[in-house]
Design a protein. Structure first.
Length: 271
């Protein structure tokens, strides 16, 4: 990729998605862009980027950006946060909500494994939970809505019992059962914009999303998360992720890596 095209791609990603394309990921980005170029009829990545540079950001540019974004996800990643959600956070919040209704947002849900894992916990506990899952990538959302995964994907985080309880096998693929699929609402949204409509969320999972962002865009995303989270709600980030850009918005929960609640300053702002 020419320096001009690389610079344009990096600027697009930061401004539109917050994603920081570091130098050590350029070759990976070129690898992911090659299929987009072929699909769109271009002879290579540079002709694709030349076309993107020649027009305002539109469908072609978004196809390129979506290809570069990190899609890594799996069911019950790290396990412990999902156990904390199911055993501690969910019953505690349900106990103080009218009709026990708990709103959950899976922000940056990629191909849906995280959201479905949360839905499994809710359905197994018979909790009254509304789960909304959002992502920037239309291709990832299409896969999430289909609820169809490979053998490799279902083996990442699911026990044999969970797999048989919540999935049906179809040849070499596994499809979510209708009850599980209907428990999650998937939609496209940008974490740098306003939070989804419908009121604030009691629990937000936004795991391993902020760490890929440029610092100034990460601060904006944390502002959106603060706005979206109920005052007594919980925010789940990746185990090694922090809120360094907004220490006045969230504070970590002792003994619960990656779990945050609103800081006193944020509660005062909401009062």
């Amino acid at each position: 990729m020419t320096p001009e095209n690389l610079h344009h791609l990096q600027a697009l990603l930061v401004s539109r998605t917050g994603f920081l394309l570091a130098a050590d990921r350029v070759h990976l980005a070129e690898h992911r862009l090659a299929p987009v170029a072929r699909r769109e009829g271009y002879s290579g990545v540079d002709p694709l980027m030349d076309a993107i540079r020649a027009q305002p950001p539109a469908g072609l540019a978004w196809s390129a950006m979506e290809a570069v974004l990190n899609p890594e996800t799996w069911f019950r990643r790290d396990r412990t946060p999902f156990a904390t959600f199911a055993r501690e956070v969910l019953p505690a919040i349900a106990g103080v909500r009218p009709q026990g209704r708990v709103r959950v947002w899976s922000a940056g849900c990629s191909s849906g494994q995280e959201a479905y894992a949360l839905a499994m916990s809710a359905l197994e506990s018979e909790a009254n939970v509304e789960i909304e899952a959002t992502d920037l990538s239309q291709r990832a959302l299409e896969k999430a809505r289909s609820g169809i995964y490979t053998q490799f994907e279902v083996q990442r985080g699911l026990s044999a019992r969970q797999l048989l309880a919540w999935f049906e096998q179809s040849e070499d693929m596994w499809e979510t059962r209708p009850r599980l699929r209907s428990a999650v609402k998937f939609s496209r949204a940008n974490l740098l914009d306003e939070p989804p409509e419908g009121g604030r969320f009691d629990v937000i999972f936004c795991r391993y999303v902020l760490s890929d962002m440029a610092p100034e865009r990460r601060a904006r995303a944390l502002d959106v998360l603060e706005q979206a989270l109920a005052d007594d709600g919980c925010l789940f980030l990746g185990l090694d992720e922090t809120v360094g850009e907004r220490p006045d918005s969230f504070r970590p929960v002792p003994g619960r890596p990656g779990v945050f609640v609103k800081a006193p300053a944020a509660l005062r702002r909401a009062a």
